[in-house]
Design a protein around this ligand. Structure first.
Ligand code: NAD
Length: 358
């Protein structure tokens, strides 16, 4: 280990988590420049310590340069007892404890997997977009309650909350291909024709753009229209900036464009501290321990970590290109649709192939 090595906390978690986590360690070793420390989270932490996230592990995460989380949960810890610890409390505790307010989900279908998308190839070709979702405000965190036959969930946003997520989106646009020439645009999604929070959102995004990112093109879309455009012309989007509830729905809609859960990475970022990088999929208990988990979503999460957590843009591109290369060669884990010219491989062989392609 050298003094310049970035400190990475790896949280393998449960189910296939340790399998894809071990593959990620091999990738990080091959890339160099990081020092990895492993800690338990989720069910593994409940078994060892009686809680899904210990104070020590949270402290280690906060002190790291970046955190890579694989997956938590599984039938072993499913319970209807409201007092029993649950694996996903580990995730929520991390988000809160690390102050993560921005969720980034890139959607970039690999050329070799275009036919796995539920959309026609000519619609999806060229799609390379990033959904930037506000994670800690809006209707999920407002006052809620029930009064007899009436229930309510309040939605609120402040200028400060919109400003900080706006900055994440514009900065991401600036670092994308074409971003420095102003070609990568931000599409801000709201419901400003109906909602007051959306009008505040739109005004604030406008002013962040004017004051700090005048070179980045900005457009606004109403959320209903955005949902439609996302499937009719996905390749026209660069960065989609939106609030918590709309982002929850649109990021899953966008994720389906790739046609495979085993390929999707995500990042959650805070103000100054380390980011949390994780595959979108869960712990896949149905295939755990069989050596058949797809490690590519975790590898692409490492790429996100290099780009958004460690400012190592070249390393990120190397990982993404290596993933594309093995798919071009026809290698597929069992979750990816096969077909002519493809060959099914397990986690190890897929990992070896990506390392060789680096
Ligand atoms: P899941 O994502 O674990 O699995 C859904 C399906 O996709 C399964 O058939 C699984 O085998 C397959 N799959 C997922 N990832 C794969 C991969 N990398 N390679 C190959 N196949 C893969 O979702 P689920 O079955 O709804 O949930 C299982 C457990 O995971 C639950 O306990 C759930 O709470 C938890 N979960 C955790 C996270 C997280 O840690 N962020 C996210 C979602 C679900």
């Amino acid at each position: 280990m050298s003094a310049e090595d970035a400190e990475i906390v790896l949280l393998p978690g449960d189910g296939i988590g340790p399998e894809v986590g071990a593959a990620a360690v091999r990738l990080l070793e091959a890339l160099g420049g990081t020092h990895v420390t492993e800690h338990p989270i989720g069910g593994a932490s409940i078994d060892a310590h009686g809680t899904a996230l210990t104070d020590e592990v949270l402290a280690a995460c906060r002190a790291a340069d970046a955190v890579l989380l694989c997956a938590v949960g599984g039938p072993k810890w499913d319970t209807t007892d409201p007092d029993a610890p649950r694996p996903e409390q580990g995730l929520l505790g991390l988000r809160k404890g690390m102050g993560l307010f921005a969720n980034l989900r890139p959607v970039r279908p690999s050329a070799a997997l275009l036919d796995a998308s539920p959309l026609k190839r000519d619609r999806i070709e060229g799609t390379d977009l990033l959904v930037v979702r506000e994670l800690t405000g809006g209707i999920y965190f407002g006052d809620s309650g029930r009064d007899g036959e009436r229930a309510h969930d309040d939605c609120a946003y402040t200028v400060e909350e919109v400003t900080r997520i706006g900055r994440v989106a514009f900065s991401a646009a600036a670092s994308r291909p074409g971003g420095d020439t102003g070609a990568a645009k931000v599409t801000s999604v709201d419901k400003a024709n109906v909602l007051e929070t959306s009008r505040l959102w739109r005004e604030t995004v406008e002013s962040v753009a004017a004051d700090e990112f005048a070179e980045i093109p900005l457009e606004h879309l109403l959320v209903d229209n955005a949902a439609m455009q996302l499937v009719s012309r996905p390749a026209d989007f660069d960065v989609i900036l939106t609030e918590n509830l709309f982002g929850d729905i649109l990021s899953d809609e966008a994720a389906m464009l790739t046609g495979s859960l085993g390929m999707l990475p995500s990042a959650s970022l805070g103000k100054d501290g380390p980011g949390l990088f994780e595959p979108v999929h869960g712990s896949a208990p149905d295939i755990a321990g069989q050596g058949m988990a797809n490690p590519l979503a975790t590898f692409l999460s490492v790429a996100l970590m290099l780009r958004h957590g460690l400012e190592r843009h070249q390393g990120a591109a190397r990982v993404e290109q290596a993933v594309d290369a093995v798919l071009e060669r026809g290698l597929r884990t069992a979750d990816l649709s096969g077909g002519d010219g493809t060959r099914e491989v397990g986690t190890d062989e897929m990992t070896e192939a990506v390392l060789a392609a680096l």
